[in-house]
Write a new protein. Structure first.
Length: 251
């Protein structure tokens, strides 16, 4: 009875020891290497601003692989060999052998059709040119007889749909409306010299004109608020509603 009991206990103890040894072997051969490899990290160096080949060499020596990528938009005036940004960013702890993506500028200068600026307001035309990273070279004015053309583009030096590049320049002509001045519509400026300011204002208004700027000057000989001079001078023809500037004696 006791012999059978001890035999059974020895078998159980042997199985327990065997299981323990198996666990130790598995832990030593599989778990530990996996744990060590996962815990090994390297800090990514900063290679922004360096030429791509130099940056790639530095990353290779640090245990990384450099992958070139291109910026979505062409950046004028930026060397296409310089690294603009990197991913992962400098200082990041990653596993050795990881790819580091280096972004550089596009080599080719993109070409695009010149937009049609005719009929656009000057503000809108300038914005359209600026958005394409182009330049306004000159702005010329041209008199137009129709009010709806005032402030709008009448001509452009580069025709619409012509292929252009960032940095190109274009000149535009803007319409400026000037109302036609007919002699029959003009009224003669009345002579208000020597009148009081209140009387002169009434006379100017009666002629279909308006009182403009009033300048006060000291005068020891004239009654205060007496008109000393006027601009324009008496007899000058002005369109209705135009201002008349007066200089009066200071009160």
């Amino acid at each position: 009875m006791n012999s059978k009991y001890f035999n059974t206990w020895e078998k159980k103890a042997f199985l327990v020891v065997l299981l323990f040894l198996g666990i130790v072997v598995i832990f030593d051969r599989m778990v530990m290497p996996l744990y060590i490899s996962q815990g090994s990290t390297t800090i990514v160096p900063d290679v922004t601003g360096k030429r791509f080949n130099d940056a790639a060499d530095e990353l290779r020596h640090a245990g990384f692989e450099a992958i070139k990528s291109y910026n979505i938009k062409y950046l004028s005036g930026i060397d296409s060999t310089l690294v603009l940004s990197q991913s992962p960013v400098a200082g990041t702890e990653v596993k050795p052998g990881r790819n580091v993506y280096l972004m550089v500028n596009r080599r080719e200068v993109p070409a695009f059709p010149m937009p049609d600026l005719l009929g656009k307001l000057e503000f809108d035309a300038r914005n359209a040119v600026t958005r394409l990273e182009m330049n306004i070279l000159t702005v010329q004015n041209a008199t137009v007889a129709e009010m709806d053309q005032d402030g709008k583009v009448l001509a452009q030096s580069i025709p619409a749909q012509a292929m252009v590049h960032p940095g190109d320049g274009v000149s535009i002509t803007i319409g400026r409306y000037e109302a036609p001045a007919f002699e029959a519509q003009k009224t003669a400026v009345p002579d208000v010299l020597g009148m009081s300011l209140a009387q002169a204002e009434q006379v100017v208004a009666g002629a279909g004109l308006t009182l403009g700027k009033v300048i006060y000057e000291p005068s020891g000989m004239l009654v205060p608020n007496t008109v000393i001079s006027q601009k324009p001078s008496a007899g000058t023809g002005l369109p209705p509603g135009q201002p008349v500037e007066l200089t009066v004696a200071r009160p």
